[in-house]
Design a protein around this ligand. Structure first.
Ligand SMILES: [Zn+2]
Length: 146
């Protein structure tokens, strides 16, 4: 299973609006590292999403990988085991939950959560808490590809 971010762009904008971030630009790109390189940023190729700052501004925009592969989930979730807290991230093995959590994680950065060095887990925790509040109707609208 895969998620095509472009086919779910409406949901991404819906989430941004929920947190009053509708002024943010959403870039959906085939490869984060190539996008980052052409914009003068250094990001590891394994990233699924980033929130780079606009030049001369603290405002962060959203850059999301176009195709999120369900097979990538275990490697991303395995990082969570190093969190200094005992949060249970099992729910994220489900692709729609994983996708919304990914967007919420980046929204956390836009809101200034987890931006200090070594505090990225705070964005994950915030995103997990907010994921619980997302309406089932939104979750059902997520478009999945085979
Ligand atoms: Zn992060």
């Amino acid at each position: 299973m895969k998620i095509n971010s472009k086919k779910n762009e409406k949901i991404i904008h819906l989430l941004l609006k929920k947190y009053k971030l509708e002024d943010r630009t959403v870039y959906i790109v085939p490869d984060i590292s190539i996008w980052a390189e052409t914009h003068g940023l250094k990001e590891p190729s394994s990233r699924l999403a980033i929130t780079p700052r606009r030049s001369n501004s603290n405002t962060r925009d959203l850059v999301i990988k176009e195709l999120i592969d369900g097979n990538d989930i275990p490697s991303v979730i395995s990082v969570f085991h190093f969190h200094p807290t005992q949060t249970d991230f099992k729910r994220l093995n489900n692709l729609p939950d994983f996708f919304i959590h990914l967007i919420l994680h980046e929204i956390a950065h836009c809101l200034g959560i987890g931006n200090n060095k070594g505090e990225d887990y705070k964005s994950d925790q915030w995103a997990l808490k907010e994921l619980d509040k997302i309406d089932d109707r939104v979750m059902k609208e997520i478009h999945l590809d085979n």
